[in-house]
Design a protein around this ligand. Structure first.
Ligand code: HAM
Length: 421
């Protein structure tokens, strides 16, 4: 071990466990691809201002959790704490909203950074796969995204997650609700910091986890009872579409998300096997964000699913993903001449798409067989001077233990045939 360790709140993804993470990323991306979402990649850092304006000046993410720094050139940048603001920035900059059909559908997969207090399921570096549909206000788009996330989780074999659904209203009905909520909250017995929050972001107070606060919030006015007719109708349509597709959800009038850009539909995927960090994914509609970034009106909706927490959820449910063995054929040369012959065989197999590996370093038969066993290979190919003199290699079926000589020239084809069958 070296004297260096992964920074606090981070961890390394090492094989074989890293395969789970890759499989999760792929499983989340698969339904998005079939629904017309195009892949987008944006820089790992952006201007601080983008997140301050986009995610919100009063959010924990911006005030406490951002890795912000000044470059040698004097630019104020931050490691991205989330993907939505960046994706919208890139789409506007690239003019995607002008180029073709709306909505512009995009998906992404990458690393995000938040300076949070680390605990199980909460890291300072984590991975998300996300999707955004830009430029259309239609409940079917909201429903589509929730259905696609549900489909991804089902395909992974997850069962005990729940979908929490809420509407946060829009600029017509939320201000009045906000004022009503503020009046209610000002009458409660709360500490100084929470009182300040009533002025800046009263909805966040509804999300307070402390028992002393929760008790007082029992009779709090809820946004569902204050939605305008348009927001109510929109929300009902999202709910109807989900119900028609057999996607179960729970109405959660207290669901508040940690980012300021949301309007109307908001949702969270929670898993009960994860302890306090139970949100495996979340998202919602953000109809005003484009304008907040100086763009045109571009009503949009999206989500991001946390890869790290999804892997923990799979572990909590005891789901074993069916991962193929990394190696199908393991080649063991005994002697210099065999090295050349088998190295060439391995290269041929790999070109044909067969996962093959090789015993390097001139290892003896015993050690090499151990490595072959560890690799999970279905077959080993062993060749010594005498085999080659006879023009054959020894092909061993690792499961039955049966070993047969096969002509060198036919070895690749024979292995392919056996592995296919
Ligand atoms: P978010 O709820 O902040 O939303 O993050 C989405 C998911 O990322 C969470 O549910 C969680 O699984 C994972 N996550 C967040 N922070 C951490 C952490 N510190 N450690 C491990 N996992 C974490 C967003 O980021 C929005 N951009 C989602 C969105 C897209 N809304 C609209 N479009």
């Amino acid at each position: 071990m070296s004297t260096f360790k992964a920074p606090k709140g981070t961890y390394d993804l090492l094989p074989p466990a890293s395969r789970q993470h890759l499989a999760v990323r792929e499983a989340i991306a698969a339904p998005l691809r079939t629904a017309g979402y195009g892949y987008i990649e944006t820089p790992g850092f952006e201007s601080v201002e983008l997140f301050a304006r986009g995610v919100g000046e009063s959010t924990d993410i911006v005030t406490k959790e951002m890795y912000a720094f000044e470059t040698k050139g004097g630019d104020r940048l931050a490691l991205r704490p989330e993907g939505t603001a960046s994706v919208l920035r890139a789409a506007l900059e690239g003019g995607l909203h002008k180029a073709g059909n709306l909505p512009v559908k995009l998906w992404y997969s990458g690393s995000y950074y938040r300076y949070e207090r680390p605990q199980k399921g909460r890291y300072r570096h984590f991975a998300q796969v996300g999707a955004e549909a830009l430029g259309i206000e239609d409940p079917a788009v909201d429903a589509e995204l929730i259905i696609l996330a549900d489909q991804a989780y089902r395909s992974l074999g997850l069962r005990t997650y729940r979908i929490l659904l809420n509407s946060l209203g829009d600029q017509r009905c939320r201000p009045a609700y906000r004022a009503t909520l503020q009046d209610f909250l000002r009458g409660l017995d709360l500490d100084e910091e929470t009182r300040r929050r009533i002025d800046i972001n009263p909805l966040r107070v509804l999300d307070d986890k402390r028992e002393s606060v929760r008790r007082q919030l029992t009779g709090a006015p809820l946004i569902v009872d204050h939605l305008c007719d348009d927001c109510r109708a929109y929300h009902d349509q999202v709910r109807e579409l989900l119900t028609a597709e057999g996607v179960a959800f729970e109405d959660d009038p207290r669901l508040v998300r940690g980012l300021d850009y949301y309007t109307r539909t908001t949702f969270e995927f929670v898993h009960d096997g994860l302890g306090s960090q139970s949100a495996v994914g979340g998202g919602g509609r953000y109809d005003g964000l484009s304008e907040m970034l100086g763009g045109p009106a571009l009503p949009s909706v999206g989500w991001a699913l946390g890869v790290d927490r999804t892997v923990l959820a799979l572990e909590a449910e005891g789901v074993e993903l069916p991962l193929p063995p990394t190696t199908s054929v393991y080649a063991i040369p005994l002697g210099e001449k065999a090295r050349t012959t088998l190295f060439s065989l391995v290269t041929t197999l790999r070109k044909a798409g067969v996962a093959a590996d090789f015993s390097y370093g001139g290892r003896g038969l015993k050690g090499a067989m151990k490595a072959a066993n560890r690799s999970g290979a279905a077959y080993t190919v062993v060749a010594g001077e005498r085999d080659l003199a006879e023009g054959v290699v020894q092909l061993k079926d690792m499961e039955s233990g049966e070993q047969v000589p096969v002509p060198v020239a036919e070895a690749a084809e024979e292995l392919e045939r056996r592995l296919r069958g």
